[in-house]
Design a protein around this ligand. Structure first.
Ligand code: CA
Length: 350
């Protein structure tokens, strides 16, 4: 945004008559929103709130680099209806009820859904009570909202799924004609080498629908895995958020409360901000170190179903066409990202 006055001012100063100089502030004001909009990357979030989903949504809507066109909800940390209600509440908290929200799948393609209320609280957002939302859901459902949003976009849209990949997999299956409108998929879930969460080598999001993950990662659409290798290194502790104390900003108060939930109820050191890092990687890819690597999903195995298999051999023998479109985040500048996240979550400036 700061570029606009610098671009406009010299030409006016040099060529415009005195009367035109009076119009200069107005010209700048008219141009500023145009410049900001043109720079924002269109994204659609797919969420299962979820404390870290809530932080991811708040980061996205408070980041001028992103244009959040829609949010779809999937089962996961909590049941679909609860996660969907949480999404409306979080958007209302952020003053962004204008963003359409649609409900998607209530369970995986195969098997039964898992929840993680032991981590996120019975209500999914650290048992923090937010007002009942006034906004209504987009009634067409998640697949229709994805299709309409992509079809109506003049430029390819980035998909940001941070829950089980069920909605995205079904969308890729049912709307192959819209794949060219997907710029890339940046997904939180999986692990290349870090310990898993619910199983020794398996993350919650992938275990909750391995078949959906296989469809997405084998689709040939560019997919970036932002997994436990990087997200487990980003922990928002009470010590880190002392700057939020006493803030009148309702978002800052919410963040303080959910981080406190982990400390007080779970005895954890803080909130591992898995999902916000995927959003951060879209805003500024330099937060993470990403490599082009073949990735596939183990669908069998008593102990390994849902494990992401990342081929890091120097000469991988099973590189397929789809594998050439998969990338993996292997390292993160955690300190810089956490500072950035807190700055965004503690400020209402956009
Ligand atoms: Ca999530």
């Amino acid at each position: 945004m700061s570029f606009a006055p610098e671009l406009v001012t010299p030409s006016i100063r040099r060529y415009a008559p005195t009367s035109m100089r009076l119009l200069r502030p107005l010209v700048c004001l008219l141009l500023l929103p145009t410049v900001a909009f043109a720079a924002a990357r269109p994204v659609i979030l797919d969420v299962d709130p979820g404390i870290d989903d809530a932080l991811a949504i708040l980061l996205a809507v408070r980041s001028p680099e992103l244009d959040v066109r829609a949010i779809t909800v999937v089962f996961g940390n909590v049941e679909l209806e609860l996660g969907a209600s949480n999404t409306l509440k979080i958007l209302e908290l952020a003053g962004r009820s204008d963003i359409p929200v649609a409900r998607g799948e209530a369970g995986p393609l195969v098997g039964e859904p898992l929840t993680a209320k032991n981590v996120h609280g019975d209500n999914g957002i650290g048992n923090v009570r937010l007002p009942e939302p006034r906004a209504k859901f987009y009634e067409g459902g998640a697949l229709q909202l994805l299709a309409e949003t992509l079809a109506s976009s003049s430029e390819p849209v980035t998909l940001l799924p941070v829950g089980p990949l069920t909605n995205i997999a079904l969308f890729l299956k049912t709307h192959p004609e819209l794949r060219p409108k997907i710029r890339e998929i940046v997904s939180m879930g999986g692990s290349a080498a870090a310990p898993g969460t619910v199983m020794p080598t398996v993350s919650f999001n992938i275990l909750n629908d391995p078949e959906a993950a296989a469809i997405v990662y084998r689709s040939g659409v560019p997919v970036t895995m932002v997994g436990l290798d990087v997200t487990s290194k980003t922990v928002l502790t009470p010590e880190r958020i002392t700057s939020l104390s006493g803030s009148s900003d309702p978002v800052a108060r919410f963040v303080e409360a959910v981080v406190g939930f982990h400390r007080n109820v779970r005895g954890a050191s803080g909130v591992v901000v898995h999902d916000p890092l995927a959003v951060g990687a879209v805003i500024d890819p330099s937060f993470v170190a990403i490599e082009l690597l073949p990735v596939d999903v183990e669908l069998r195995g008593d102990l390994t179903r849902g494990q992401m298999v990342v081929d890091r051999r120097a000469e991988a023998t099973w590189r397929t066409e789809a594998a050439r479109s998969t990338r993996v985040a292997l390292d993160v500048d955690a300190e810089r990202f956490l500072s950035f996240l807190l700055e965004r979550l503690s400020s209402t400036r956009r």
